[in-house]
Design a protein around this ligand. Structure first.
Ligand code: FAD
Length: 500
């Protein structure tokens, strides 16, 4: 009999769930589990005020709106409590080349035909001098540029949030405690193992013993359970993603918040600007192979606007992924399961996906087949997100520093190489099933980074110039008419969810 079925035989039905860690991952897991299965589970969350949380992670993507809807979280209450603003996309400044910018927005661009995406019609329009900027055909992108926002009927606008990470954890804690989650404060001193190799309990520094059937590791980069106790190895991706450090600092706001994140490329990495209602989150992500923390600190502090509210905080990380996110009776969520630099704000999304996946395969008794399926899905999902992030570094005209020259010269995963070649040659992109980033995102970023497809689909040749112009202009004018009627972003926020 295999080791897996031996340990399965020894397992009891899952009744007691222990969440180790109370950062964004821990409290999101607590909120979702208690809201959906709270009546049939005993859920305990352990966190240490002395250790604290990573305290960054403030830009999100639209899937968080769905997460809140599933949990029945009131959006106005959430936004007021977390001082949130709206995010319609990310401005990539200086990524294609030192002074070339573009926006990756959350919206759809133009209108696809079932045989050929809108980009093919736009490419023909461009050949004939009939098309404007690709972004002019996307409502969310134009709204971001005009700094406007309002909810539209029938979920007619795609948006996400910028939020205060510390307040978000507090908000979810209140929510989770209402649904019965028990919070234990203190430091975990030891992870106790059962005879079958599963985790049996968390032994606290003060002697308390917190036993469970299923453990969720949300202990951040420490990975106390999945890494230290269970020894699941970490797959390192630093051959593709050179950044391994960040400095974060909060500043006072100096102007109304804009509805998009700024990602500003620098000599050996990039800086983020995340505007909240009351302050701005700033940071620099860099590679210690190409610069040091002192130089990065100087660059960051020399470019921030507004008085600093905090000291710049150095965070070291390793890009990559835990070989298995679920091992035995432990599921890792958040930083303990892996880390992709926050270029496309995907980490909170991955926490949410992990939670959804866990809920969908929530075990009566833990079976190896559930574990294998979960891990297979995680790996499939993360591969494409990883590729999407690498794309920004690989496809660039920048050659101004050793960092950028090495990025352009690096070998990339075959999956990404194929996508780039296909688009560069034919203008085509195909979304892989269950992939996070859809065609629209890949196209915006590939065009934004400077790839112009050599060929295009023949479908637009069915249209004469006049018809094509009418088609393109019709879309563009509908976008403009909608954007013109939207209020200024912060005027809308001030009336929709004034800060508490
Ligand atoms: P943490 O916040 O580190 O929480 C760990 C928890 O474990 C804490 O409660 C701690 O007290 C507890 N703990 C640890 N050890 C013990 C112990 N021995 N005993 C008891 N408790 C313990 N994500 C995005 O989606 N968007 C972004 O814009 C973004 N920006 C980022 C920028 C940077 C520089 C970094 C590093 C990350 C960023 N992320 C971003 C990722 C995001 O911050 C994390 O995914 C998210 O905060 C989840 O963190 P966590 O809960 O896993 O870990």
């Amino acid at each position: 009999m295999s080791e897996a079925s031996d340990s399965t035989a020894a397992r009891k039905p899952v009744r007691r769930v222990v969440i180790a860690g109370g950062g964004t991952a821990g409290w999101m897991a607590a909120a979702a589990l208690s809201r959906t299965l709270g009546k049939v589970l005993d859920i305990t969350l352990v966190e240490s005020d002395a250790i604290g949380t990573v305290g960054v992670g403030e830009a999100t993507i639209p899937t968080l709106v769905t997460f809140h809807r599933l949990l029945n979280i009131n959006e106005q209450a959430f936004m007021a409590a977390t001082h949130a603003t709206i995010k319609l996309g990310i401005a990539f400044e200086g990524w294609r080349d030192v002074s070339k910018d573009y926006i990756h927005s959350f919206g759809l661009t133009g209108k696809d035909h079932w045989t050929a995406g809108f980009q093919h019609f736009w490419l023909k329009g461009r050949e004939r001098g009939l098309a404007r900027d690709y972004g002019d055909y996307c409502m969310e992108l134009r709204a971001a540029q005009e700094r406007k926002f309002a909810h539209l009927p029938d979920n007619g606008i795609n948006y996400a949030f910028h939020l205060d990470a510390t307040q978000y954890a507090r908000f979810l804690r209140r929510f989770s405690e209402e649904f019965g989650v028990q919070r234990e404060e203190g430091r975990i001193a030891e992870v106790r193992m059962a005879d079958n190799g599963d985790i049996a309990a968390l032994a606290m520094e003060d002697g308390r013993l917190i036993e469970g059937d299923l453990f969720i590791d949300c202990t951040g980069f420490r990975a106390l359970l999945i890494g230290q106790a269970l020894g699941v190895p970490f797959e390192d991706w630093s051959q593709w993603l050179f950044a391994d450090s960040a400095l974060a600092v909060q500043t006072d706001s100096v102007r109304d918040a804009i509805p998009y994140t700024r990602s500003i490329a620098g000599d050996a990495g990039w800086q983020w600007r995340i505007p909240l209602q009351h302050r701005c989150g700033n940071g620099i992500v860099f590679s210690s192979r190409y610069t040091d923390a002192d130089a990065a600190r100087e660059t960051l502090m020399g470019s921030i606007e507004g008085a600093p509210r905090t000291e710049p905080r150095l965070i070291r990380f390793k890009p990559g992924q835990r070989a298995k996110a679920w091992e035995r009776n432990c599921v890792a969520l958040g930083l303990s399961s892996g880390f992709l630099e926050p270029l496309e704000s995907t980490n909170i999304h991955l926490i949410q996906r992990g939670i959804t996946r866990l809920l969908q395969s929530f075990p009566h008794v833990i079976e190896q087949v559930d574990i294998d399926e979960y891990n297979r899905q995680v790996e499939n999902e993360i591969t494409h997100i990883r590729d999407f992030v690498i794309l920004h570094y690989k496809v660039t005209d920048r050659r101004d520093t050793p960092f950028w020259r090495d990025c352009a010269a690096m070998d990339i995963p075959d999956t990404l190489r194929h996508r780039i070649e296909l688009f560069a040659e034919t203008g085509r992109v195909f979304r892989v099933p269950n992939e996070l980033f859809a065609e629209n995102s890949w196209i915006q970023v590939m065009l934004g980074q400077g790839i112009v497809p050599r060929q295009r689909h023949p479908a637009p040749d069915m249209m004469g110039d006049e018809e094509l112009q009418h088609f393109l202009e019709g879309i563009r004018q509908r976008v403009e008419n909608t954007v013109r009627r939207l209020p200024a972003h912060m005027d809308y926020i001030r009336s929709y969810c004034p800060m508490q």
